[in-house]
Design a protein around this ligand. Structure first.
Ligand code: FAD
Length: 465
C-alpha cells in the first residue's frame, strides 16, 4: 500500500507517522509539501538567544494526542508547562485585571471570584445570574452561534468581556459566527444535563478539585518550542523510510482504476493507493474540483480568516516594573486582540535581560490586520507603550502573516464537513484531514491526521476486496 499525504503541516506529518509507525500494517509513504519547510503553521525560529513562535506556541494537555505523539517520538522529557503561577489578565473597563480564579473559557467554576471581579459591571453579573433560572434554549439538531446562545443564557456582558476575547482569540473569528456544535459542543451537553451553564461549570469545578485536579495551566510545549515536534517527526519519518519532499506541490489528483495518480508540479506522476488531503481548505477545494466536485464545493463553503502575529523583543530596562504577567486578552477597543509575554510564560524563550512579546492582530479587528508593516508596527508598539509604559522601542521585530489561512468553523460547520466527506464516498481511499475540517488545535490535527490514515487505508482495502 502506498499512501500520498498532501501537505507537511502537523496534520500531514502525524498522518505519515501513523502510516509508518501506527497500529496498522505499515504503508509506504510519500509526503509532499509545497513550501520550503515542514510544519505549516507550526513555525519556530531560534535567533539571537530568542525562541520565537510564528504560529502556535503551545497545545492543550487535556486532549492527549500531542502528548501521546511526543511520547512515541521520545520527546516526553522535553515537554514543559507554563512557568510560575498562571497570571493571565483581561484588559477591560480601562485597565488590566486578573482573570477571576476558576474562570474557564466562558464560565466560572467558582462563584465568589466571579461575583467580585471588576471585569463585569454589577448589571452584567446580575444578567449572567439569570442563567440559573432560565429554561433550556437549545433545539436538538439545530446548530447556533456561540454568541447567540451565550447572549440568550448569560447576557451580552459575558459575551463581550469573556467569550469573545477568549474564544474569538483562539478561533480567529467572532463568537457570533462560530458554531456551538463544532467549537464548543460541551455547552450543549452541559445545558442538556444541568439546564444552567453556571451550575454545570461549578459542578465540574467542584468535581475537578475533589479529584485533586487543581487550576493548573493546561498548556504545554517543548523546551525547544513546537518546532521540536516537527523536527523529530521529520527525522524519524525519514529514518523509517518515508519519502518526504519539500518545494513540491501536488498539482492534480485523479482516480486511476482502484488506485490514484498524483501529478506533482515538477511534472512527475505518482501512483498511490490511498490519499490523505491535509493541505487546508484552498488546497482541497482545488484538488477535488474535478474528481469530487461535491466535496470541493462543500469545502469552499468554509470561510478563511486572516491573522497576523507581531513578535517584539524589548530590553527589560524598557519597562518601569518587571513584566510578570503571561499576557492579556483585550475586552476593550484596541489594535490587538491580546498579547502573550513569551519570556514570562515559558522557560528558555529569552535571556533575563529581554522581554519577548507576541501580539495578535486578527482580521476581526478591521483594516489594521492587513495594514503594511510600518503602520501595523506603529499601532502595536504604540498600544503596548500606553498599557505597559515602555520607554524604548523593541530591539527585534518579526511579523508573521497568515493570510486567509485560518478556517472558521461557522454555524453549520459539521454539516459542511459531513457533505465534504460524503462527496468522497466514491473514492473511499481519499480522506480529508486536519484543521480545515475537524479541529484547529494542534492535538486535534494530530488525532485527525492519524485517524484518517487508518480510514484511507481501510477504504482501499474495501475497494480491493
Ligand atoms: C497564529 C496562529 C496561532 C495559533 N496558535 C495555536 C496554539 O497556540 N495552539 C494550537 O493548538 N493551535 C494553534 N493554532 C492552530 C494550529 O497551528 C493549526 O490549526 C495547525 O497547525 C494546522 O495544521 P495543518 O497541518 O492542518 O495545516 P497547515 O499547518 O496549514 O499545513 C498545511 C500544509 O500543506 C501544504 N500544502 C497545501 N497545499 C499543498 C499542495 N497542493 N501540495 C503540497 N503541499 C501543500 C502547505 O504548504 C502547508 O505547509 C494557531 C494558528 C495560527 C495561525
Amino acid at each position: 500500500m502506498r499512501l500520498l499525504v498532501v501537505g507537511g503541516g502537523i496534520t500531514g506529518l502525524a498522518a505519515a507517522w501513523e502510516a509508518v509507525r501506527g497500529s496498522g500494517a505499515p504503508a509506504e509513504v510519500l509526503l509532499v509539501e509545497a513550501s520550503d519547510r515542514f510544519g505549516g503553521k507550526v513555525h519556530t525560529e531560534r535567533t539571537d538567544g530568542l525562541l520565537i513562535e510564528h504560529g502556535p506556541d503551545s497545545f492543550v494537555a487535556y486532549r492527549p494526542a500531542a502528548l501521546q505523539l511526543a511520547e512515541e517520538l521520545g520527546l516526553s522529557g522535553d515537554v514543559i508547562s507554563t512557568s510560575g503561577t498562571r497570571t493571565v489578565h483581561l484588559r477591560a473597563r480601562g485597565r488590566l485585571r486578573p482573570l477571576p480564579a476558576g474562570m474557564g473559557m466562558v464560565l466560572p467554576s467558582r462563584l465568589w471570584p466571579f461575583v467580585t471581579t471588576g471585569i463585569l459591571s454589577p448589571a452584567d453579573k446580575l444578567r449572567a445570574g439569570l442563567d440559573l433560572v432560565l429554561p433550556r434554549r437549545l433545539v436538538a439538531g439545530e446548530d447556533i452561534s456561540i454568541g447567540a446562545f451565550l447572549r440568550a443564557r448569560l447576557g451580552g456582558g459575558i459575551v463581550r468581556r469573556f467569550a469573545d476575547p477568549m474564544i474569538g482569540g483562539i478561533y480567529g473569528a467572532s463568537v457570533d459566527e462560530l458554531s456551538l456544535d463544532a467549537v464548543l459542543p460541551s455547552l450543549r451537553s452541559d445545558e442538556a444535563a444541568h439546564r444552567s451553564l453556571m451550575l454545570a461549570a461549578i459542578a465540574q469545578g467542584r468535581k475537578a478539585r475533589a479529584g485533586g485536579r487543581g487550576p493548573g495551566s493546561p498548556f504545554r510545549t517543548f523546551t525547544g518550542g513546537l518546532g521540536s515536534l516537527v523536527d523529530a517527526l521529520v527525522e524519524q519519518l525519514i529514518a523509517a523510510g518515508a519519502d518526504l519532499r519539500l518545494n513540491t506541490r501536488v498539482a492534480e489528483l485523479r482516480p486511476a482504476g482502484e488506485r490514484a495518480e498524483a501529478v506533482l508540479d515538477d511534472g512527475s506522476v505518482e501512483a498511490v493507493d490511498a490519499i490523505v488531503l491535509a493541505g487546508g481548505v484552498t488546497s482541497s477545494v482545488a484538488l477535488l474540483a474535478v474528481p469530487a466536485p461535491g466535496s470541493s464545493s462543500a469545502m469552499s463553503r468554509i470561510p478563511l480568516a486572516t491573522s497576523t502575529v507581531v513578535t517584539l523583543a524589548y530590553p527589560a530596562a524598557a519597562f518601569g516594573t518587571p513584566v510578570t504577567s503571561h499576557g492579556w486578552l483585550e475586552a476593550d477597543p484596541a489594535p490587538i486582540s491580546g498579547i502573550t509575554v513569551s519570556s514570562a510564560k515559558w522557560a528558555g524563550r529569552a535571556g533575563a535581560d529581554t522581554v519577548l512579546i507576541r501580539a495578535f492582530v486578527p482580521e476581526r479587528l478591521g483594516p489594521i490586520a492587513t495594514a503594511d508593516d510600518a503602520e501595523l508596527l506603529a499601532a502595536v508598539t504604540g498600544h503596548l507603550a500606553d498599557v505597559l509604559g515602555t520607554t524604548e522601542p523593541p530591539g527585534l521585530v518579526r511579523i508573521a502573516r497568515w493570510p486567509e489561512m485560518m478556517p472558521k468553523y461557522t454555524v453549520g460547520h459539521l454539516d459542511t464537513v459531513a457533505a465534504a466527506d460524503a462527496g468522497l464516498a466514491h473514492l473511499p481511499n481519499w480522506r480529508l484531514a486536519g484543521s480545515a475540517v475537524r479541529g484547529v488545535g494542534v492535538p486535534d490535527c494530530i488525532a485527525d491526521g492519524r485517524r484518517q490514515v487508518a480510514l484511507a487505508l481501510s477504504g482501499r482495502a474495501r475497494v480491493g476486496a
